[in-house]
Design a protein around this ligand. Sequence first.
Ligand SMILES: Cc1cc2nc3c(=O)[nH]c(=O)nc-3n(C[C@H](O)[C@H](O)[C@H](O)COP(=O)(O)OP(=O)(O)OC[C@H]3O[C@@H](n4cnc5c(N)ncnc54)[C@H](O)[C@@H]3O)c2cc1C
Length: 604
Amino acid sequence: MASKYIDLSTVKFFMNNVQELETVLEKERFVDHDLESVNLYVDSVKQFADRELFPYFKEMDENPAHYKDGSIHVHQQVEKMMKEGGSMGLIAAPFNYEDGGLQLPLLAHTAANYILDAANNHLPGYSGLTSGAAELIVEFASKDLKEKYTPKMLTGEWGGTMCLTEPQAGSSLSDIVTKATPTDDGQYKISGQKIFISGGDHQYADNIVHLLLARIEGAPAGTKGISLFVVPKMRLKEDGELLFNDVTTVADFQKMGQKGYCTTHLSFGDKDDCQGYLVGEENNGLNYMFLMMNGARIAVGRGASAIACGAYYASLEYANERPQGRKLSSDGTKNLKDKQSLIIEHPDVRRMLLLQKSMVEGSMNLIFKAAKYYDLQHNSADDKEKNKYHTLLEMIIPVVKTYPSEAGIYSINNGLQVLGGYGFCSDFILQQYYRDIRISSIYEGTTGIQSQDLLGRKMMLNNGEGAKLLLEEIKKTIEKADQDDELKEWASSLNNQLDQSQKILFHLMPFAIKGDYERFLADASIFMEFFSLIIVGWSWLEIGVATKHALSISNSTLDSKFYQGKLDALEYFYVYELPKTKGLAEILLHPSSVTIKKKDKVIN
Ligand SMILES: Cc1cc2nc3c(=O)[nH]c(=O)nc-3n(C[C@H](O)[C@H](O)[C@H](O)COP(=O)(O)OP(=O)(O)OC[C@H]3O[C@@H](n4cnc5c(N)ncnc54)[C@H](O)[C@@H]3O)c2cc1C
């Protein structure tokens, strides 16, 4: 195992300086917190991760969650994560005091969870999903449901899940068939199967509270007929006693990665005794879920970036220790009398390391930015400001989920390559990171689905006003960077790419206007790749501006090394990554429609 999985100074620099946590803390709701207290909280989370998460990372992969005798068995650290983590506020942190929370900004909670994810991505999902499920109850369910179910979820005694997927309904939730039948006492009986449910059952929770999508008998077809229910594994009787609610665990899916994080198949109502409690109004379930989705998508992007972060430090450590080959002399030969070089001295290895650093840190800052937008949206007093940050978050969210997932896989692939043959061997940790990250581009909306959301919905948001607002924000950073001699060149590159994106949208929009949506969206994933490079380029430029400012007021050599590392990774991104937009633009502007199914086209 490597000894380092994250750089705390980077987390704090992005949170405090680049995203300017102080501007969030100025909001009324955070009056009890200041920079010092939030940073102390982040320190304590790092200590918890060092002690309770990172040492078990490999062990959890080697001892997967599994189904035995009707229930799921998970690693003992799940209990630590839920109960000790719960008592530290790791589940409840962003909730209001009145609901048992700490009223911490999502930006701080995101930074803390990034550390946990980087330390051991098999664990934070248990607390994260519980937090998400409790949030749905707090926001939309009755006072009674809230009082009965959320307190023990927020302390980590009970778990929570999101039950959406069914065997025939994955990406397309309109095909959900789980049934809710009204009963005489005003409740519903639930019957159906849910698959791939993360954290769906385990021996360390007395109860698991499922937030489940189902169709009330007679509801309209499609997404307009889906309702949301609280369906606990154990229902609470009036006297407070727990009674089995006919939720049966059928199996645990065995996976290529994230093996310590159970993925269950659940059956509801096999004995016709599963009660569900409606959340909010009938047939409005998907809307409630959608309101929570931005948080869930930030969490998946965060997890992916953090896994790639752990992999980066493992490969960096290896490159600093592994002697192999010799530096080329000026005549292109190698002097065998020289000692072997460490591989970190070879430009190709440095390229692979810079590639990782630029993807990991560029996405970390982007994720923090999304969390900050969330905070500003939810805590601004002024409606115009609320609206602004809501729109900005909506615009970037598909990228926040997708870029860290897709680029993260690529990044870890390069990390594995740094280890040569050892990268392929189970004794070395890179292969585990490579397997663990792979799920990120699948769950919480596949890359294909996120890309359709980006091009098909977000680019059209408010008749293009959303895209205009985002463009204005990016231009503000470009203007700041343009004042600096070293950043000027990158500012101009990013500006050119913005022009290119306009050209691409002008080329694609007419297909949508004509009603040819299949052609319009056929290359949505390519557009996602293109647009992600621009958004992460923006993230890096923002880091560049904050770095140059920090350098101008710092005189320590230690600091200057840290900041130089940021400027080098920025340069790498602009020289090696951003230009990839040119090839992607060529694809997007090409008239070919080879991927569209037509009578004379076959894939064989
Ligand atoms: C480990 C794990 C944990 C999970 N956790 C949960 C959980 O906690 N709760 C939960 O409810 N679900 C969970 N899921 C389910 C997950 O969200 C789904 O697997 C995902 O949404 C994709 O659905 P699917 O597997 O049915 O694939 P499909 O929907 O069949 O997709 C297959 C492929 O077709 C593409 N595709 C599908 N439809 C379209 C379209 N209209 N246009 C273009 N391309 C399309 C997809 O992009 C994908 O590449 C989990 C899954 C896994 C593997």
